[in-house]
Design a protein around this ligand. Structure first.
Ligand code: C2E
Ligand code: MG
Ligand code: MG
Ligand code: MG
Length: 285
């Protein structure tokens, strides 16, 4: 009897595994098609100066809405693209689209773009990024690349060379999701970053948890000494924004200031929210 149950279980498991594998294959096939047909879009989320709420740049975020699968999170398809070797094609298409869209923004604003860890292991990445910018006509000084600590550590020499080449061309580097995962303060001693982005995990608890407030204070003090700019990620309400500004955090990003939106909605957002000093000067002349 127990033998039969045992065999039954094996059947059930293998059927589940088979279904799981089928889903994974479908997702992979759909992703491959989406990349080939250029169906993955890029949205933009504002990053603001906390001292005056003025937008200073936008982060590009990949968006895929598949006709069959529906909305698939970049948290799912970006790792899959890395695993299956599609990340270069995907990332190049996204950077091109993002930079093209950013050409219509006031030129004081920067574009922040996420690089995946696989790209930091590939020595061709710096050349590919700069050639895309060249073709689009987007100034490298207006580009920031967001990377995570895990990505820098996984292939340290190659990653450092890529970062050095990009910085030499004027691209700025931010450390994304700071405070999570395999964080190591030692990385900051390498001076390869221009900016750090404090992870939402701390920001969302800043007014309810003393520990998070102390951690953010310490990060701000440290970044001040190291001359690193700071962005707080995932600011969802007014109280969080006020608290971070009071603590001296320079920049913020989150639903409170604006959700990721497509290129056209982003232009509308700028039209409604951006105070352009050059335009104001022309108007008063
Ligand atoms: P990330 O770079 O840390 O991006 C921030 C994530 O937080 C985004 O999720 C954004 O939509 C979300 N977010 C922003 N403000 C708030 C807020 O106030 N509250 C909450 N709850 N969430 C907020 P998203 O778009 O789902 O992206 C997830 C991750 O996928 C990104 O994390 C990034 O690591 C990766 N990713 C997205 N687009 C790209 C891309 O083009 N290339 C690469 N390599 N990775 C990407
Ligand atoms: Mg990011
Ligand atoms: Mg982040
Ligand atoms: Mg993240």
């Amino acid at each position: 009897r127990s033998k039969r149950r045992g065999r039954g279980q094996i059947t059930v498991y293998s059927r589940e595994i088979a279904q799981e594998m089928k889903r994974a294959t479908q997702l992979e096939q759909a992703l491959r098609n989406a990349i080939i047909s250029d169906a993955i879009d890029v949205h933009f989320q504002p990053i603001v100066s906390l001292s005056n709420n003025q937008v200073v740049g936008f982060e590009a975020l990949a968006r895929w809405n598949d006709p069959d699968l529906g909305f698939v999170s970049p948290g799912v398809f970006v790792p899959l693209a890395e695993e299956r070797g599609f990340i270069d094609a995907l990332s190049e298409a996204l950077l091109r689209k993002a930079a093209e869209a950013a050409l219509s923004w006031p030129r004081e604003l920067f574009l922040s773009f996420n690089l995946s860890s696989a790209q930091l292991m590939d020595p061709g990445t710096s050349g590919s990024v700069l050639s895309i910018l060249g073709r689009v006509g987007f100034d490298p000084h207006r580009l920031e690349l967001e990377i995570t600590e895990t990505a820098v550590m996984s292939s340290a020499d190659t990653a450092h060379r890529i970062i050095a080449d990009l910085r030499a061309a004027g691209v700025r580097i931010s450390l994304d999701d700071f405070g999570t995962g395999q964080s190591s303060l030692g990385r900051l001693r390498d001076f390869i970053f221009d900016k750090i982005k404090i992870d939402r995990a701390f920001v969302s608890r800043i007014n309810s948890d003393r520990a998070s407030e102390h951690i953010i204070k310490a990060i701000l003090t440290m970044c001040d000494g190291l001359e690193l700019e700071v962005v707080a990620e995932g600011i969802e309400d007014y109280a969080e924004a006020v608290k971070l500004r009071t603590l001296g955090c320079g920049m913020g990003q989150g639903y409170h200031f604006g959700r990721p939106a497509d290129g056209i909605a982003t232009l509308r957002f700028l039209h409604e929210n951006y105070y352009d000093p050059a335009m104001a000067e022309r108007a008063s002349a």
